[in-house]
Design a protein around this ligand. Structure first.
Ligand code: ATP
Ligand code: MG
Length: 422
């Protein structure tokens, strides 16, 4: 128990964190290119925020939240998604008074959901998410979809499908809900227990159920796209025109409704095919009424969340390797009595910007070389007795085998020269 992480959580070990850092760098660049700046919000919020923000008929709120009372008897919930916290921060700091749109992203933000752990489904996962507040035009929806698509493509992920849909607005959706309910009414006994209760509380959610029997019913259900009012229909046409102009392949999938209550108009998912079936890497959409719902001004917004573990999983399953940076540029090897000289040399090399280290465990000189080799250090710098006596250091390029003996004070320059020449 003591040495076992809680079910559904995953460590990122020092040997693999470079994969995360690589991904994070790509994500930061993609976000910055489109004018998004980073926001960091707390890992926990008042439970009320998610009840109002995510919606109390959603699976997340009904089954998946990590909610507890703190010692001050407040109900606290670990973030089950990123948008509500971002909206709360946006409102709390009156960012809507600044020039709009306000574009923000969060990176490697931990998200907690009590789900059955399986491949690509954790109880703590991390999201890269973007939110754009105050932009009503479909260009804002399109740029988000494009950003996600370009990012994943540039990572080398193939077979990406972009699925889009419009779920209308509070004006046109109730009409559809009626039509859907009328259709589902005759099929209630074919639906799962969850969907039977969804039928009453939030029939749209039945479209989203992953159970096969519900999917079979839903297949012939009326389509929301046919019920959109004129403004929503035009918005969706605008979105399609932008995506077409950008030249990215997309499909209109009328079954996508997304698992959160706050969406309006555009919803989208980026899906890939894996050997175990479809995997959704990124999901998002427009939420034109959430800001107001949470006590702010009437302000449209659009965003997405991308599961970082899922992206890494895909890279792995597609055999896409991420270059592992070498642990050291220089490893200083030394005879025991030259420990202090070695220590100073390491500090000098680090001061010059090199990744440098020495043995701290009392290894023999031979074992130090072996270790340097194993860590993939580009250069070894040896301080034997002769070298220290003569004030020099012996540098060796571990790949080309080139050797140079230089005055200790010139070590950094010589290392630079050897690395450049490589
Ligand atoms: P799913 O349909 O797979 O349950 P979702 O609709 O619940 O996904 P969102 O709430 O839109 O997912 O979250 C955005 C992204 O976060 C998803 O597209 C996915 O990549 C990732 N994600 C969601 N839940 C998990 C989880 N339990 N473990 C790992 N990644 C997840
Ligand atoms: Mg889910």
């Amino acid at each position: 128990m003591l040495t076992q992480a809680p079910r559904g959580t995953k460590d990122v070990l020092p040997t693999e964190s470079y994969r995360w850092q690589y991904l994070e760098k790509m994500m930061r660049t993609a976000a910055a290119e489109a004018g998004f700046r980073e926001v960091r919000t707390p890992v926990f919020e008042h439970t009320e925020l998610f009840l109002r923000g995510v919606g109390d008929t959603t699976d997340i709120v009904q089954k998946e939240m990590y909610t507890f009372k703190d010692k001050g008897d407040r109900s606290i919930t670990l973030k089950p998604e990123g948008t509500a916290g971002a909206v709360r921060a946006f409102l709390e700091s009156n960012l809507y008074a600044e020039p709009l749109p306000c574009k923000m992203y969060y990176l490697a933000a931990p998200v907690f959901r009590y789900e059955s752990p399986q491949a690509g489904r954790l109880r703590e996962h991390h999201q890269f998410g973007l939110e754009c507040f105050g932009a009503k035009e479909a260009t804002a929806d399109a740029e988000l979809i494009l950003l996600a698509w370009r990012l994943l493509s540039s990572l080398g992920i193939r077979n990406l499908k972009v699925n889009i849909n419009s779920i209308g607005c509070p004006e046109c959706r109730p009409k559809y809900n009626e039509a859907l309910k009328a259709y589902l009414k005759d099929h209630l006994d074919e639906l799962c227990a969850d969907c039977r209760s969804r039928y009453e509380r939030n029939p749209l959610r039945v479209l989203d159920c992953k159970k096969e029997k519900c999917q079979a019913v839903v297949k012939d259900a009326p389509v929301l796209l046919d019920c959109l009012d004129e403004d929503c229909r035009q918005h969706f046409e605008d979105l399609k025109a932008c995506l077409t102009a950008a030249g990215i392949p997309f499909e209109v999938n009328p079954r996508i409704v997304r698992g959160l209550d706050y969406y309006t108009r555009t919803v989208f998912e980026l899906i890939t095919q894996t050997k175990d079936g479809n995997l959704t890497v990124c999901g998002g959409g427009r939420y034109d009424h959430l800001v107001e719902e949470l006590g702010g001004p009437d302000l449209p917004a659009v965003g997405f969340g991308m599961g970082m573990e899922r992206v890494l999983m895909l890279l792995e399953s597609e055999g896409i390797t991420i270059p592992e940076p070498p642990l050291y540029d220089v490893f200083v090897t030394y005879m025991g009595e030259n420990r202090l000289a070695a220590f100073s040399l390491v500090q000098n090399l680090r001061n010059s910007g090199f990744k440098a280290d020495m043995d701290h465990t009392g290894r023999s000189l031979k074992a130090q070389f072996k270790y340097a080799n194993k860590t993939g250090s580009a250069i070894t710098a040896t301080l034997g007795d002769d070298e220290v006596l003569n004030g020099v250091v012996k540098l060796k390029n571990m790949e080309t085998r080139e050797e140079r003996t230089v005055p200790i004070q010139d070590a950094a320059l010589a290392v630079m020269d050897m690395l450049v020449k490589e």
